[in-house]
Ligand binder design. Structure first.
Ligand SMILES: *Cc1c(COP(=O)(O)O)cnc(C)c1O
Length: 494
C-alpha cells in the first residue's frame, strides 16, 4: 500500500545524503524546510521551452503565494527579466518581491486589493490584474488623486459561457462559479469603465485563473478570452496579452499503479470489505450508504501523467471548440503575448520538509498498528490539508540494523495536544518501523505545504527554512533569508 513519491534530481541526490540532512536537522531543529533554488530556475526554463516550441512570447509569473521563501524569489529574479516575473497577492508579497530584486514592470498584482496594495503596485509600475469594475474605479481614483502614471491593467474574467448562448436563451455555464473575476456576461460594463478611465489605466489584456485540472475547461476559457479581446480591438482598445493563470499541477506519486491500488482500496475500506486504511475510518469525503459508496473523494490527483510544463503544452495544442484552432495558433495569429501564473508547478521538486521521530508506540495491540510521533504538526507540513497523499521517505539515523525489518503501517501524529493533529489521516506504510531519532523527509512540499499554514500554536517552533546547493561532492546551505543568487551560495559553507 505504498504511495511512493516522484523524486527527480537534484532532490533525489539530496535525499541520498542522509548524514547531511541529519546534521542540518541536528543544528536547526525539527521541523526543517530545505529548498533547492536551482530547481525553480530549471522549472522556469522548462516552461519557457514550451513557449519556444509554440513560438510564443510572454512571461512566466511565479505565483508567490505557493511559498514564502526569499531564496526562491531571488533565484527567479536573477532570470531573464523579459521571461520571468512574479505574481503577488498582498502588499507584503509585493514588498517582498521588490526587495528580492524584481522591478515593478516584472510584477503582477492579483487577488483582493486594498488601497495600500493598489497604490504601491501603481507607484512601482506593476501590472494590476483587476478583479472587478469597482476595483478599476478605485485604482483610477488613486492614480488621479496621487498624480501617478498610467497603470497597465489586465481584467480577470470568470463565469465562461458557451459563445453561441451568451446572454441569450439556453446559456450554458462552461466553468464553475468563482468568487474572483468579472463574469464574461458583464464584459460590457468593464469595457466602458476601461474607456472612461483611459487617462489612468492602460488596458493590457484579459486574464483568468480556473481552479480545475480540466484542460478542456481551460481551453474554452482561453478561447472566450480571445473573443473578448477581439471585441475590445473592434472598439479601438489595444489589448496585447492573455493571462491564463496557474493550475498546471504536479505529479506527487511516482507510479500510476500504486495510486490506483490505493484509491480502490480506500473505496473497499469505506464499504467495510477490508480493514480501514485511515485514522478512525476517515473516508476523505467518501461514505458508505447502505452498501454503496457515495460522495466524492476530496483528494488531489496525486498521480498525474502530464503536469506542469507538459500540461501547458497539452493545453496549447488542444483543438479549440468554436474557433477550431489550437490555443497556441489562436495566440500566434492574434499576436497576443501569453502570460502564465504557475505556483505549485513552478516549485515542483524544489524542496522537502524534515521531521524528527520523537517516539514510536503501538496504537492498538490487536491491529498491530503503530503511532509515530513527530516533532512537527499538521500546520508545518500541510500536504494532507491540500488533499495530497504521498509517502514520506525514511532517513534512519546511523546504520540500518539488518534482520527482522519489514514494511509496517503507521499513523503519523504531530506535536500538538489535539486529537486532530495528524500529519496524515492515512495509514502510511514504511519499509520498516522508524526509531526515535530517525528523520522522515516529506518530499515536494515547496508548493503550499511548507509554510502556507504554519502557526505558533502551543509556542511550538515554526520550521526554519534553508537553501541548499550542490557544490562538487557536497552540499552547501544557508538560511533562506541569507540566500542571494551569487556564488558561492550565500557566502556560507555547510
Ligand atoms: C493561486 C493562484 C495561482 C497559482 O495556482 P497554482 O495552482 O499554484 O499554479 C495563479 N493565479 C492566481 C490568480 C491564483 O490565485
Amino acid at each position: 500500500m505504498y504511495l511512493r513519491p516522484r523524486v527527480e534530481p537534484p532532490l533525489a541526490a539530496l535525499l541520498t545524503d542522509r548524514p547531511f540532512l541529519h546534521s542540518l536537522a541536528d543544528a536547526l531543529g525539527s521541523p526543517l524546510n530545505v529548498l533547492l533554488p536551482e530547481a525553480v530556475a530549471e522549472n522556469a526554463a522548462r516552461f519557457r521551452a514550451v513557449y519556444r516550441r509554440h513560438h510564443l512570447t510572454g512571461r512566466v509569473y511565479f505565483a508567490h503565494k505557493a511559498n514564502r521563501s526569499s531564496a526562491l524569489l531571488r533565484r527567479l529574479a536573477a532570470e531573464d527579466p523579459a521571461a520571468v516575473g512574479v505574481d503577488v497577492a498582498s502588499t507584503e508579497e509585493l514588498r517582498h518581491a521588490l526587495g528580492c530584486g524584481f522591478t515593478g514592470d516584472r510584477i503582477m498584482a492579483t487577488g483582493p486589493k486594498d488601497a495600500a496594495f493598489l497604490w504601491l503596485a501603481a507607484r512601482v509600475g506593476a501590472t494590476v490584474n483587476l478583479d472587478s469594475p469597482g476595483e478599476l474605479e478605485r485604482l483610477s481614483g488613486l492614480v488621479r488623486a496621487h498624480g501617478l502614471g498610467r497603470v497597465a491593467v489586465l481584467v480577470r474574467l470568470s463565469g465562461f459561457e458557451s459563445a453561441a448562448g451568451r446572454g441569450g436563451a439556453g446559456t450554458r455555464l462552461l466553468s464553475r462559479r468563482s468568487r474572483f473575476g468579472t463574469p464574461v456576461r458583464d464584459t460590457e460594463e468593464l469595457l466602458s469603465a476601461l474607456e472612461r478611465n483611459a487617462d489612468t489605466v492602460e488596458f493590457a489584456g484579459a486574464a483568468y485563473h480556473l481552479d480545475t485540472t480540466g484542460v478542456e475547461e481551460k481551453a474554452r476559457a482561453l478561447e472566450q478570452c480571445v473573443l473578448v479581446m477581439d471585441e475590445c480591438r473592434a472598439r479601438g482598445l489595444a489589448p496585447r496579452a492573455l493571462d491564463i493563470g496557474g493550475g498546471f499541477g504536479v505529479g506527487y506519486v511516482a507510479e500510476a499503479e500504486e495510486w490506483e491500488r490505493w484509491t480502490t482500496a480506500l473505496t473497499e475500506a469505506v464499504l467495510g470489505v477490508r480493514p480501514p486504511l485511515t485514522w478512525r475510518g476517515h473516508g476523505y469525503g467518501l461514505r458508505n450508504e447502505g452498501g454503496t459508496v457515495r460522495g466524492a473523494a476530496a483528494l488531489y490527483p496525486a498521480y498525474r501523467p502530464t503536469a506542469g510544463p507538459g500540461y501547458l503544452d497539452e493545453l496549447l495544442s488542444l483543438p479549440a471548440p468554436v474557433l477550431g484552432r489550437p490555443p497556441a495558433t489562436l495566440l500566434l495569429e492574434h499576436l497576443h503575448d501569453l502570460y502564465i501564473e504557475p505556483g505549485r508547478s513552478l516549485v515542483d521538486q524544489c524542496g522537502l520538509s524534515l521531521a524528527r521521530v520523537l517516539d514510536v508506540r503501538l496504537a492498538d495491540t490487536d491491529a498491530g498498528r503503530y503511532l509515530v510521533h513527530l516533532a512537527m504538526n499538521a500546520g508545518d507540513m500541510s500536504l494532507e490539508e491540500h488533499g495530497v497523499l504521498v509517502d514520506p521517505v525514511l532517513l534512519p539515523r546511523g546504520e540500518a540494523v539488518s534482520g527482522d525489518e519489514e514494511p509496517v503501517g503507521v499513523h503519523l501524529t504531530g506535536n500538538l495536544c489535539l486529537e486532530g493533529d495528524l500529519i496524515t489521516r492515512r495509514l502510511v506504510f514504511l519499509p520498516r518501523l522508524p526509531r526515535a531519532g530517525d528523520l522522515l523527509a516529506f518530499v515536494n512540499t515547496a508548493g503550499y505545504a511548507m509554510d502556507f499554514h504554519a502557526h505558533h500554536a502551543q509556542r511550538q517552533p515554526v520550521a526554519r527554512t534553508v537553501a541548499v546547493e550542490r557544490r562538487g561532492d557536497s552540499w552547501r546551505w544557508c538560511p533562506d533569508e541569507d540566500y542571494w543568487p551569487i556564488t558561492p551560495l550565500g557566502g556560507a559553507v555547510g
